[in-house]
Design a protein around this ligand. Sequence first.
Ligand SMILES: [Zn+2]
Length: 232
Amino acid sequence: MNVTVLLTELQNLDLHSQENDRARADAEKQYADSAAMDAARAVLERATTQLAALEHSLRDLELETGGLSDKLVQVNERLYSGRITNAKELADLNDEEKALQKRKRELEDRALSLMEKIEAAQNDVQTKRAAFEERSTQTNAQRLRAQNQLRQLDASDAELAQQRADLRARLDAPTLRVYDQLRAAKKGRAVAHIKNAACSQCGYAVPAGLISRVKVGSELVLCANCGRVLAP
Ligand SMILES: [Zn+2]
């Protein structure tokens, strides 16, 4: 068979293999990419921490209010027990009772405002959890796609390797040496076709005599300008 036809086929296989390498790098990147999901998780964690802090503040406030209520009960008991007859002592107790009531009202106002904040924070957590779950689903789908692609690439590479070995076995060592050297030097394009009597890769005009030698295909004819193997 025409040696340049075989080399053209070999180049096609090698170029396909290169494309597979690029696709593999892409798929591996896609598989490893969890940036969007990680970011959504971090946002959710911040919202959850904020909610926990608010809930903690409310529990503290409730404890303080509870202590205050106990104290109020005691103060009221003494105030209305009839046991205290000293006017100064009664006035002091009365003041204390008023101060406790005032403090209690303050705490209750703060609790109310905290509860509103907690409700808003709960909604926030819910929204951010939904966003995170959506991101997770997307990331998992992306991983699955990448995994499938990698599996297909494995199969394609195995097939290419076999075809490549078969083709190389049909070419002689000097021809393969020229091809491999050119392939390395010319970014994978060792073979150039003749289009309108010119090299398809560099555009250099190919003399008619060379064109007919290329068509015979029993020897390697190189482009006088770019040095690639010319193929019909
Ligand atoms: Zn050329």
